[in-house]
Design a protein around this ligand. Structure first.
Ligand code: NAD
Ligand code: DAU
Length: 352
């Protein structure tokens, strides 16, 4: 039987690196190619521990470059694609929407086109799996959950670009019969997340006694999922998901930002041996994010019912493990927060 070759895009980023590690170890008979441009968010340190595995290859390249993708498919004859590469930060999308169109929309369509041309519409045993976000569904009121039937209503340039890419993936299924699956996941947290997102940014700021910039009144709700649970869901969906389907993935774990930040501050005081209440004093309410979505919450019953996946990590335990990882990996944090990061941080928080 032919050995399978699977393309994982964005495998040097936060979620992608956990997917790469899980799959390379779990499927030693399958070859995995990790394609990543190594933008500010991509970091080979995230996957350094799998670099020597015989079933793993890293390729630096850009999903916006169709010629490059064509050569890559020719070289590796991929059977499947797990597509995570993206611009992923809402605040950056507000600053530069076009970058999100280019990577998230054009990049995804390039990848779909290349796969279709290479497979020549013979899709036997092939699969294109697109990783998306719950943000495409817009914002919830006080009650209710996003289901797979919730109409799309994206509000930020980031979520609009992800929604557009989801539509293109579905269109390739409907128009050309390409086997595709999409999953829409809630907020991830865990090791290796770039410290522009809420949890790693606040861990880093608390460690350095810097203010914690809480947007608006802090009464915004997110549904948090430990990144390894998301990686397990991606493995499950890639191997058992039904072509043409969408699966919502979430933690059934809603927190308002301010409650989460209080919990984080208290855990940090404990771990840093600071008197109780020290970190909470760093909380600073700043100007709100424009178009800030009030509440996200995922109904993840379909993936549980049909594929048997459910979250396994309790939030307090996951958050505690996450803090430990950042405290133990000072060099990782130092490497990603120098230079460009500092400029980004000064620019982003200057007017708040
Ligand atoms: P990330 O920003 O940490 O990683 C993105 C990766 O994509 C980086 O390694 C980057 O170098 C790479 N990349 C960017 N542009 C590229 C290009 N043009 N060509 C090749 N590679 C490129 O993102 P993440 O948080 O790991 O998110 C991964 C995926 O999951 C994204 O599609 C995102 O929309 C989705 N998602 C994220 C979350 C979350 O909470 N982080 C939740 C749901 C869905
Ligand atoms: O819901 C899934 C999405 O979750 C993913 O698709 C995105 O890629 C990911 O970045 C994340 O988006 P959010 O905008 O929800 O994540 P972020 O960490 O930027 O913000 C979480 C909440 O915290 C949000 O309500 C804004 C708030 N926040 C964020 C930052 C960075 C603050 O109050 N202060 C901050 O400094």
């Amino acid at each position: 039987m032919k050995q399978k070759n699977i393309l994982i895009t964005g495998g040097a980023g936060f979620i992608g690196s956990h997917v790469v590690r899980l799959m390379v170890h779990k499927y030693p008979e399958t070859n995995f190619v990790n394609l990543d441009l190594l933008t500010y968010a991509g970091n080979l340190e995230n996957v350094a521990d799998v670099a020597g595995n015989p079933n793993y290859t890293f390729v630096r390249g850009d999903i916006r470059n169709a010629e490059f993708l064509k050569d890559l498919f020719e070289k590796y004859n991929f059977d499947g694609v797990i597509h995570l590469a993206a611009e992923s930060h809402v605040d950056r999308s507000i600053e530069n929407p076009l970058a999100f169109v280019e990577t998230n929309v054009l990049g995804t369509v390039n990848l779909l086109n290349t796969a279709r041309n290479w497979w020549q519409d013979d899709f036997d045993d092939k699969l294109f799996y697109h990783i998306s976000t719950d943000e495409v569904y817009g914002s919830l009121g006080k009650t209710g959950l996003f289901t797979e039937q919730t109409p799309y209503d994206p509000h930020s340039p980031y979520s609009a670009s992800k929604a557009a890419s989801d539509h293109f993936v579905r269109s390739y299924h409907n128009t050309y019969g390409m086997p595709t699956v999409i999953s829409n996941c809630s907020n991830n947290y865990g090791p290796n997340q770039f410290p522009e997102k809420l949890i790693p940014l606040f861990i880093n700021n608390i460690k350095n006694n810097k203010p914690l910039p809480v947007y608006g009144d802090g009464q915004y709700t997110r549904d948090w999922l430990y990144v390894l649970d998301h990686a397990r869901a991606i493995d499950t969906i890639f191997n058992h998901g039904k072509s043409g389907e969408t699966y919502n993935v979430g933690g059934f774990n809603e927190y308002t930002n301010i409650d989460l930040i209080h919990l984080l501050c208290d855990l940090m005081d404990d771990k840093l041996n600071r008197p109780a209440g020290t970190s909470r004093q760093l909380i600073t309410f700043v100007k709100d994010r424009p178009g800030h979505d009030k509440r996200y919450a995922i109904d993840a019953t379909k993936i549980k019912r049909e594929l048997g996946w459910q979250p396994s990590v309790n939030f307090e335990e996951g958050l505690s493990k996450t803090i430990d990882w950042y405290l133990q990996n000072e060099n990782w944090l130092k490497n990603v927060t120098s230079g460009d990061y500092q400029k980004y941080y000064d620019r982003m928080y200057a007017g708040r």
